[in-house]
Design a protein around this ligand. Structure first.
Ligand code: FBP
Length: 255
C-alpha cells in the first residue's frame, strides 16, 4: 500500500462511473478522460482509478499510480447486484497498475461468487506484490439501508476478513459510527467513498474531515472532485484535510 500513501494517508481519484452509472454523470468537459487524468496528475492525487479501457487509451505511465478496477457493472440491470472480473491481474500489471480494485456487494444473492473471485484476485495480486483494494458495499434485496452504523462496520469488517489491503466504504453520517467501522477494519486502511456531488462543497469536505477524525486513511472520490467547478481547488482542500490533517475551517479558506 505504501506506493499509494503519503504519511499513511491517500487521496484517490475514481473515474469508473461511466461504466457504473453511464455518461449521465458527465458534462462536456469531464466526459473526456484526458480532463480527469490531468486532475489526477496535477491535483496531488495518490492514485487514479479506472477500468481497463480508459487505462489502455488515456493512462500513459503517468506519475500518478494506477489503481485498476478488475470488475464492474452497469446501472441497467436492477436486480441482485453482481459484478464479475473483466480484466486479469497480469493485464493490469501490463497497463502499469500499482494496485488492483474489486467491488463486492455484500448482502447480494451473489456475494459468495464475488468473494470467491476476490479471493483469487487477492492471492494473485499479492504474488506480484500488488495491493488489492476492495470497494465493499452492502446492497441487494435484503439490505434496507446501506449506511447504518451496523452495515457500514459490517462492510469494513468483511473486507478486512477477506484480505483486502484497504477497504472503500460509504460514510455512515457521523464520526462516532464511522469510528466503529474503522475499528472493525482493524489494521486495514479505510477509505471513504465520495458519493454523488453534494449541494455545496463545504458539505462534502465536512464529511471528509469527519471521516479523517474517525480514523479513515483517506478518501476515494470521483464526482465531488471532477464535477467541481474548480477541481484543482477541491484537490488542494482535500490534500489539506486528508494529507496535512488541517481543520475543515482552514481548508475551506484555500483558494
Ligand atoms: P464517487 O465519488 O463518484 O461516488 O465515486 C466512488 C465510486 O465508488 C466509484 O468508484 C464508483 O463508480 C461509484 O462510486 C459507484 O457508485 P454506486 O454507489 O452508485 O454503485
Amino acid at each position: 500500500m505504501n506506493k499509494l500513501m503519503r504519511d499513511g494517508k491517500s487521496l484517490i481519484l475514481a473515474y469508473d462511473q461511466g461504466l457504473e452509472h453511464g455518461p449521465t454523470d458527465f458534462n462536456d468537459k469531464n466526459v473526456d478522460p484526458t480532463y480527469v487524468v490531468d486532475i489526477a496528475r496535477r491535483g496531488g492525487f495518490d492514485a487514479f482509478v479506472s477500468q481497463k479501457g480508459i487505462a489502455e487509451r488515456y493512462y500513459n505511465n503517468e506519475k500518478v499510480p494506477l489503481l485498476l478496477k478488475l470488475n464492474g457493472k452497469t446501472a441497467i440491470y436492477g436486480k441482485e447486484p453482481m459484478a464479475r472480473q473483466n480484466c486479469s491481474v497480469e493485464y493490469a500489471i501490463k497497463l502499469g497498475a500499482s494496485a488492483v480494485g474489486y467491488t463486492i456487494y455484500i448482502g447480494s444473492a451473489y456475494e459468495s461468487e464475488m468473494m470467491a473471485e476476490f479471493g483469487r484476485i487477492q492471492e494473485e495480486a499479492h504474488a506480484h506484490n500488488l495491493p488489492a483494494i476492495l470497494w465493499i458495499y452492502p446492497r441487494g434485496e435484503f439490505v434496507k439501508n446501506d449506511t447504518t452504523k451496523e452495515m457500514v462496520a459490517y462492510a469494513a469488517r468483511a473486507g478486512m476478513e477477506l484480505g483486502a489491503d484497504a477497504v472503500k466504504i460509504k460514510y455512515s453520517g457521523d464520526i462516532e459510527s464511522f469510528r466503529w467501522a474503522v475499528r472493525a477494519a482493524g489494521k486495514t486502511p479505510v477509505y471513504m467513498a465520495g458519493g454523488p456531488k453534494t449541494a455545496t462543497e463545504d458539505e462534502f469536505l465536512r464529511h471528509v474531515s469527519e471521516c479523517v477524525k474517525a480514523g479513515a486513511s483517506g478518501v476515494a472520490v470521483g464526482r465531488n472532485a471532477w464535477q467541481s467547478d474548480d477541481p484543482f481547488r477541491t484537490a488542494r482542500r482535500l490534500n489539506a484535510i486528508v494529507i496535512q490533517g488541517k481543520p475543515l475551517e482552514e481548508a475551506l479558506k484555500i483558494k
